[in-house]
Design a protein. Structure first.
Length: 656
């Protein structure tokens, strides 16, 4: 386990929130932030209990806030009852039934808008249909769908009847899908004929059929298919049914199932180091509370906001900041089916302009690829509606942060650089936009009630100015409850014996500056040990990308080295054409010297390879484990079916 990570990136730029923003913010100024932190520190149960009563509708009020009797299997509000769908839909019907809930923009630009009343009706139609199929409270429903109003309908319908949903990203292969159907013990599958991305149709129903052909899916009684593309797909009677047929004639209302606060709302599979996917299980009450609070604190949610999170619902970001957080707050949310570069690289900026988006939340990978595709493009669009920008998914390098700040935000929008995970359920470390001064590349400070710290391998705090392992020292409402069907793996992974099982181990390395600001330096297994020095891969990546003349994007991994223990291998996407031969050698040397100057000689990559792009999943996540295999000259045996661009692997192998 890595600890005592050296922080070699020194960032001195600080951006305080403007007085105008502070004045209107939900958490206004550092004093307000500190008051919340102090309240949580003084009386954690009182703090979370007060907020849960204020922000959630309970059918049966809770009397117990946190139950630690079976740690680390913590329970929150465990004698209370509520329903997630009721909290997201019904409670807005009296106050704002005709407010737009979702603005959906399809791949081809077609826009569909749906009100809270209409969404409620559609959710009830499907919830009634699922009940008619025999789906009961606690049954698992697997959802494998495109970005659409229908996927929100499906998730909310499950929540309404107390079924536990498990959404699988629409880019996963048949084998991945089959593993998840089997592991979850799903009795129902909801899918679509296909999805449209970048002008191309990607099949979904044929992938489901392929998954079934692999065996083990016998528990599934029905497959409901949303007709999205109109392509002909095989339908196997009586198992397969069209969505439009099953909802036909269903009543407009459906009595919600009032479930215990600890009832599993969903299982979301995330990759594990063993290769076997981990089913992260989230509970209803605590998860929903944290989703709402982070909308109000981090995104400064206002009744008039148009909120756009660009994530896919197949990932936790889409769950919390498209389907549950914004709807529970009664917000208008934008959903997008396509990709940011189709029909051209101005797509995101045009959508912000057209829908007058106020809060824009996207990934650093998307930001970097948009810089490469046209760094000046945002200037051609009216982005004056924006008031907050956010980043999620990985650390953002300072140069990309500065571009986002100046070119997209026009130097007037606070940037919330959010740190959290599938397992945490909601944002834990981030600047509050009306309170905390920001620093490029830093997630800044923990939210009120979140006891984050950086420790060494023995669990001892390393103090300011140093790096180590990121831990959370106290439970929080939206935390993972267990790994589905594998409580031992849950304990071993997140509450290891190294720390006497007391701290949640995030699996990320981090450093803290003299002001207590957190900088995430990447996964523990993304930490390099070069000649006894521990360096975060993100810091070397940031140094490379800071050479904006030559580098569009970079990913750094380590490989074993006889001399230094580990050598740094950098995969670089150049700004211009990919260099070859002597030109490649010359550019590699220039970049080595650059990194030496930015960080120090110890951080110079031993090997620099150039590619037209990097291996990414369809959601834009760089597959660093594949890069590690290439760097080490190993045969790639992992499943590459989730890659947007599998051909790039061959190019990078040969780019020595």
């Amino acid at each position: 386990m890595a600890a005592n990570i050296e922080s070699v990136l020194h960032e001195t730029r600080v951006f305080p929130p403007s007085p105008e923003f502070v004045k209107q913010a939900n958490v206004s100024g550092m004093a307000a932030y500190k008051a919340l932190c102090d309240e949580a520190e003084r009386d954690p149960d009182g703090f979370w209990g007060r907020l849960a009563k204020e922000h959630l509708h309970w059918s049966k009020p809770f009397t117990n806030v946190l139950d630690e009797s079976n740690a680390p299997f913590f329970k929150w509000f465990s004698d209370g009852e509520l329903n997630a769908s009721y909290n997201c839909l019904d409670r807005h019907l009296e106050t704002q039934p005709d407010k737009i809930a979702i603005i959906f923009e399809a791949d081809d630009g077609t826009v569909t808008k749906i009100t809270y009343r209409e969404l409620h009706q559609r959710v009830c139609h499907l919830a009634n249909a699922l009940r008619a199929h025999g789906v009961k409270q606690g049954d698992r429903v697997l959802i494998y769908m495109p970005m659409s109003i229908e996927v929100v309908q499906a998730m909310q319908a499950c929540a309404r009847i107390g079924a536990t949903h498990s959404v699988v990203f629409g880019g996963f292969s048949a084998k991945s899908l089959q593993e998840r159907i089997v592991d979850a013990g799903a009795t129902e599958v909801i899918t679509a004929d296909g999805q449209l991305r970048g002008g191309r149709e990607i099949p979904l129903k044929p992938v489901v059929d392929e998954a079934f052909a692999m065996g083990g899916c016998e528990k599934v009684r029905n497959v409901i298919v949303y007709r999205r593309t109109g392509s002909k797909v095989p339908m196997q009677a009586p198992r397969d049914k069209w969505l439009h047929d099953v909802v036909k004639g269903q009543p407009d209302t459906c009595e919600p199932a009032w479930v215990n606060a600890e009832h599993p709302l969903y299982i979301l599979y995330t990759s594990g180091s063993t290769g076997k996917p981990k089913g992260v299980q989230h509970a209803t009450g605590g998860y929903l509370l944290s989703a709402i609070l982070t909308m109000k604190w981090v995104f400064d949610n206002k009744p008039t906001d148009i909120f756009w999170c660009t994530a896919d619902v197949g990932w936790v970001t889409g769950h919390t900041y498209i389907v549950y957080g914004p709807l529970a707050c009664g917000t208008t949310v934008v959903m997008f089916e396509g990709v940011p570069t189709y029909p051209d690289a101005g797509r995101f900026w045009k959508m912000i302009q057209d829908h007058k988006v106020n809060v824009f939340y996207t990934a650093p990978t998307a930001i970097r690829s948009l810089i490469k595709a046209g760094g000046d493009l945002p200037k051609k669009y009216d982005l004056s509606s924006l008031r907050i920008l956010g980043t999620v998914g990985e650390p953002i390098n300072p140069e990309a942060w500065m571009w986002y700040h100046t070119t997209v935000g026009r130097e007037r929008c606070p940037i919330v650089d959010t740190w959290w995970q599938t397992e945490t359920g909601s944002i834990l470390i981030t600047p509050l936009p009306g309170a905390i001064p920001t620093k490029p590349g830093s997630a800044t400070l923990p939210l009120p009630g979140i006891a984050a710290d950086i420790v060494d391998e023995t669990g001892k705090s390393v103090g300011r100015g140093k790096g180590g392992l990121l831990v959370i020292k106290r439970p929080w409402p939206s935390m993972i409850r267990t790994i589905w069907g594998d409580p031992e793996r849950f304990k071993k992974t997140y509450y290891p014996d190294d720390f006497k099982g007391e701290y949640y181990l995030a699996g990320d390395g981090a450093s803290m500056d003299e002001e207590g600001y957190f900088r995430i330096v990447g996964r523990i297994d993304d930490v390099l040990n070069v000649s006894g020095h521990r360096l975060g891969t993100m810091e070397v990546e940031s140094a490379l990308v800071a050479n904006s003349k030559l580098v569009a994007e970079a990913a750094v991994v380590g490989r074993p080295d006889d001399l230094t223990g580990e050598a740094i291998v950098a995969f670089v996407v150049p700004k211009g054409a990919r260099p070859e031969g002597d030109d490649a050698k010359k550019m590699a040397q220039e970049l080595r010297d650059w990194v030496g100057k930015e960080i120090g000689p110890i951080a110079k990559p031993k090997d620099i390879r150039f590619g037209d792009n990097l291996p990414k999943t369809r959601s834009g996540k760089i597959m660093r484990r594949l890069l590690r295999s290439i760097a080490r000259g190993e045969e790639i045996t992992q499943d590459v079916s989730t890659l947007e661009n599998p051909a790039i692997l061959e190019q990078l192998k040969q780019s020595r």
